[in-house]
Design a protein around this ligand. Structure first.
Ligand code: BGC
Length: 727
C-alpha cells in the first residue's frame, strides 16, 4: 500500500480535517504568536496547513512540530501570496503583462519561487487570472488586464515559472490559479460584489486563462469570493466539479479563499457553518482557508449523513498527494536548506531592472520630450511619489518589506551624477493624508503647490511624479473615481502652467495599479510615462528610460478610459446593430464624448517610429488542423534601436454568433536597429479560430475572417488581410 493510503487508514477524523484546514500565522511579523491554538493543533495533528509565515527559521520550527511531535508526522504545507516577487519585487502583474513576453514572466516567477523556497515556503497563491475590464477594481493590478488570450499566456508562463519541471525541486513552489472565476466581472467595479455573466462570457473570456493554467499543470486552484448568478464560487458544483474537475480533468487541490466557506452564510446560501462546510466539500473544495468550517462543521455533517467519509478522504488524499509531490514527506526542510549566494541576488536585481524598464509604458511624448537631453544641468523632481522608495513595491510585497527599493529620486541620483536635482513633494498622495504643516497636522496645499511651481523657474526640465500610493490598489481597494487622488491635479496644473511659461518641458511619471482617468494631464504634459509599480529596481529602470539608455516598449494590457462614465470599456466589443456614428443620432454613442478610449489596448510609444507594410497570411484557405502564419514587414524609421510589439487580431465577419470587432490571437516582439526592416511572423493554429457557437461548444464555421496586424487595438492603425475558413 502506498504512503498516502496507509496514512489515510491510520488517520482519525480530527486528523483528516486538520489536513483540510489552513490557518494564518502572524508569526514572523508580529513575534512568536500563531493565531489561536495553532501550535497545539500542529502537535496534535489537527492542523495541516499554514499561510502567511515569513522567515525560514520560523517555518522550520513549525515544520518540526508537525514532523517530529505530531502522531503521524505529516509535514505542513506552508503558503504565502508571492504575487510579483518575494524579497526582490518585480513589476506588478498588470505591468508585467505590458512586456508581452512569456519568457520574462516565467523568469520572474522562477526567481520569486527561488527566493520564497529559500524562506522554506512551498506554495504561492498566484497567478491571479481574473480578466479585468473595470479600472475601478483595485485587483486589476494583480492580473494581466482585459484580454483572455494574454491572460492565458501569462497563466501558463507563471505556472511554469513557479513550479518548474518538477514540484519536488528545492526551488519549486506549488502555484494556485485564482480566483476561479469571473471575479473581475463584479458589479460596478466593487470588490466582492455580485457577478452576473453570460455563459458565453464565461466560455470566451473568464474560463480560458484557468483552462490554460490547468493544461500547464497548476497544482492548486482557489475559487473566487464572488457568486455567479447567485451561486457563490466556493459552492459552485457546476463549475468546480463539472467544468474544472470533469471537463478539464483537474485533480489538484482546491483551496478556499480566506474565510470564504464561512461567508457562504452571508451570501445567504448556508444557514450555519455546518451547512457551509457541506456545500464547499460537495463542490470539491479540499482546503478550508481560515473559516474553520471543516473542523467545526464536518463532524456533525458526517453524523447527520450529509457528507460521507469517502468525500472527506478524497479531499485529504489530494492534500497528502500534493505534499508528497512537493517532496515534503521525504525531506520537509529541503527548501531553505541553503541561503542564496550573493552573485545570484545581484543577477536577479539586474534582471529586475531590465524587466522593469520593459514594463513601463510611454503614453505620450510630444515633440520628442523624452529622452531627456544630454546637456541637462538642473532637473526639478516634483511630486509625492518622487522620493517614495517603499511605494515602488506595489500592492503585494510578499517579504519585500524587508528589502530596500529604489525610488525615482534615488534612481536619478545614481544615474545622472552630473545633474543637479531639486525636489519637493508639492502635495501628499491623497488629500486626507498628513501633510507638511506640523502646526495643525493638516496639509498646507497651496503652500506646497507654490513651492513646487517655483522650482520650475530655473530647472531645465521637470519630472512630475504623480498617482496612487501602492496600497490604493489590490484587494478591497476600489475607487469610484480612479483619477489623480487628493490635490495632485491642482499640483499638475500649477507646475505645468509655470513650466510652460518659461518654455520648460514637463514629464509626468504615473504610479498606479490600474489605468487612471487623466484626460487633462494626457493633453497638457509634454510626456507621460506610466510606471504602474515596477518593484525593487523601479528608480533605476525609470532612469534608464528617461535618459534613453533603453527605449520604452511596454504596451497597456488594459484600455484607458477618458471618463469613468465609459467604464467598463475594453477593446473586444461587438458591433451591435447600430454602431457609433456621429452623423446618425440613433446609434450607440454618448451625447457628451466619443466612445473611443483615451488609450486603446496595446498602446505604448517608443523613442522611434515603426511603419508596417505587406501583411499576408498563409495558407489563405484554412482548414481545421492547419497552422497559419501571418507575416508583416516592420521598419524602424527612427534614429534609435527599439523593440516593437506586433499584435494579431481577428474578426470573423459573418458567423452564427456576432463576434467581437477585434479578438487578440497572437503577438510578437521584435528588436530593430535604426533603418532596419524585418518580417515579423506570428503563428496561429486554426483551432484558435473556433469560437463557442450557438450551443456554446467550440465551432468551426466556414467563411471570411479578417486578420488585423499592427501596433494596438485601434483599427485605424492596423493593416487588414482576409483569410477564408474552409468547410
Ligand atoms: C485574497 C486571496 C489571497 C488570500 C490569502 C484573500 O483575501 O482574496 O487572493 O490569496 O487572501 O492571503
Amino acid at each position: 500500500m502506498d504512503r498516502i493510503e496507509r496514512l489515510l487508514g491510520e488517520m482519525t477524523l480530527a486528523e483528516k480535517l486538520g489536513q483540510m484546514t489552513m490557518v494564518a500565522s502572524g508569526y514572523a511579523v508580529t513575534g512568536p504568536v500563531i493565531v489561536g491554538d495553532s501550535t497545539e493543533s500542529i502537535r496534535a495533528g489537527t492542523l495541516g496547513n499554514l499561510l502567511n509565515m515569513v522567515g525560514v527559521g520560523h517555518v522550520n520550527e513549525m515544520q518540526r512540530l508537525a514532523v517530529e511531535e505530531s502522531r503521524l508526522g505529516i509535514p505542513l504545507l506552508i503558503g504565502l501570496d508571492i504575487i510579483h516577487g518575494h524579497r526582490t519585487l518585480f513589476p506588478i502583474p498588470l505591468m508585467q503583462a505590458a512586456a508581452f513576453d512569456a519568457a520574462a514572466w516565467e523568469r520572474a516567477a522562477h526567481e520569486a519561487a527561488t527566493e520564497a523556497c529559500a524562506d522554506g515556503l512551498a506554495l504561492t497563491f498566484a497567478p491571479m487570472l481574473d480578466v479585468a475590464r473595470d479600472p475601478r477594481w483595485g485587483r486589476s493590478a494583480e492580473g494581466a488586464g482585459e484580454d483572455p488570450w494574454l491572460t492565458a499566456r501569462m497563466a501558463a508562463a507563471k505556472v511554469r515559472g513557479f513550479q518548474g519541471a518538477s514540484l519536488d525541486s528545492a526551488h519549486a513552489l506549488a502555484a494556485c490559479a485564482k480566483h476561479f472565476c469571473a471575479y473581475g466581472a463584479m458589479t460596478a467595479g466593487r470588490d466582492y460584489a455580485a457577478v452576473d455573466v453570460s455563459d458565453r462570457a464565461l466560455r470566451e473570456v473568464y474560463l480560458p486563462p484557468f483552462e490554460a493554467a490547468v493544461k500547464a499543470g497548476v497544482a492548486t486552484l482557489m475559487p473566487a469570493f464572488t457568486d455567479i448568478a447567485g451561486v457563490p464560487m466556493t459552492a459552485h458544483r457546476a463549475l468546480l466539479q463539472g467544468t474544472l474537475r470533469g471537463e478539464w480533468g483537474f485533480d489538484g487541490v482546491v483551496i478556499s479563499d480566506y474565510n470564504a466557506i464561512a461567508e457562504l452564510i452571508r451570501h445567504g446560501v448556508a444557514a450555519d457553518l455546518t451547512d457551509a462546510a457541506v456545500l464547499a466539500l460537495k463542490a470539491g473544495v479540499d482546503i478550508d482557508m481560515m473559516a474553520d468550517a471543516y473542523r467545526k462543521g464536518l463532524p456533525k455533517a458526517l453524523e447527520q449523513g450529509r457528507v460521507t467519509m469517502a468525500e472527506i478522504d478524497t479531499a485529504v488524499r489530494r492534500v497528502l498527494r500534493l505534499k508528497q509531490q512537493l517532496g515534503l514527506f521525504d525531506d520537509p526542510y529541503r527548501r531553505g536548506a541553503q541561503p542564496e549566494p550573493t552573485a545570484v541576488l545581484a543577477e536577479r536585481h539586474r534582471f529586475a531592472r531590465a524587466f522593469a524598464a520593459r514594463c513601463a509604458v510611454l503614453l505620450e511624448n510630444r515633440a520628442k520630450t523624452l529622452p531627456l537631453p544630454a546637456n541637462l544641468q538642473r532637473l526639478a523632481v516634483i511630486g509625492p511619489l518622487a522620493d517614495a522608495d517603499a511605494e515602488m513595491r506595489g500592492p503585494w510585497w510578499g517579504a519585500g518589506e524587508f528589502a530596500p527599493h529604489v525610488g525615482v529620486l534615488q534612481g536619478l541620483r545614481a544615474n545622472l551624477p552630473g545633474v543637479e536635482l531639486r525636489h519637493t513633494v508639492g502635495v501628499a498622495v491623497t488629500g486626507s493624508e498628513a501633510g507638511d504643516d506640523a502646526d495643525d497636522g493638516k496639509e498646507d496645499v497651496q503652500g506646497g503647490i507654490a513651492l513646487a511651481a517655483a522650482l520650475c523657474d530655473d530647472a531645465d526640465a521637470v519630472i512630475l511624479c504623480l498617482g496612487e500610493s501602492s496600497t490604493m490598489s489590490g484587494e478591497a481597494r476600489c475607487r469610484a473615481e480612479p483619477g489623480l487622488p487628493g490635490h495632485q491635479l491642482e499640483l499638475a496644473r500649477a507646475v505645468i502652467a509655470r513650466a510652460h511659461t518659461h518654455g520648460k518641458r514637463v514629464v509626468a511619471i504615473l504610479f498606479s495599479g490600474r489605468p487612471l482617468v487623466i484626460p487633462w494631464l494626457a493633453e497638457q504634459a509634454d510626456a507621460v510615462l506610466w510606471a504602474g509599480f515596477l518593484g525593487t529596481e523601479a528608480g533605476n529602470a525609470l532612469a534608464d528610460l528617461l535618459v534613453g539608455r533603453v527605449s520604452p516598449s511596454g504596451r497597456i494590457a488594459m484600455t484607458w478610459p477618458r471618463s469613468v462614465g465609459q467604464i467598463p470599456l475594453h477593446y473586444a466589443q461587438r458591433s451591435g446593430g447600430r454602431p457609433e456614428n456621429p452623423a446618425d443620432h440613433y446609434t450607440s454613442q454618448y451625447l457628451d464624448m466619443p466612445n473611443a478610449p483615451l488609450y486603446p489596448f496595446g498602446h505604448g510609444l517608443s523613442y522611434t517610429h515603426f511603419s508596417y507594410a505587406n501583411p499576408r497570411v498563409t495558407p489563405q484557405h484554412v482548414r481545421r488542423g492547419d497552422s497559419c502564419t501571418a507575416r508583416v514587414e516592420v521598419t524602424n524609421d527612427g534614429a534609435c534601436a527599439a523593440r516593437e510589439t506586433v499584435f494579431l487580431f481577428i474578426h470573423d465577419v459573418v458567423a452564427s454568433v456576432a463576434r467581437p470587432l477585434l479578438e487578440l490571437k497572437g503577438a510578437a516582439t521584435v528588436e530593430l536597429e535604426p533603418g532596419e526592416t524585418r518580417t515579423v511572423e506570428i503563428r496561429v493554429d486554426a483551432e484558435a479560430l473556433c469560437f463557442p457557437g450557438l450551443d456554446l461548444r467550440p465551432t468551426w464555421e466556414a467563411g471570411d475572417v479578417d486578420v488585423w496586424l499592427g501596433p494596438c487595438a485601434d483599427r485605424m492603425k492596423l493593416l487588414k488581410t482576409t483569410i477564408q475558413l474552409q468547410a
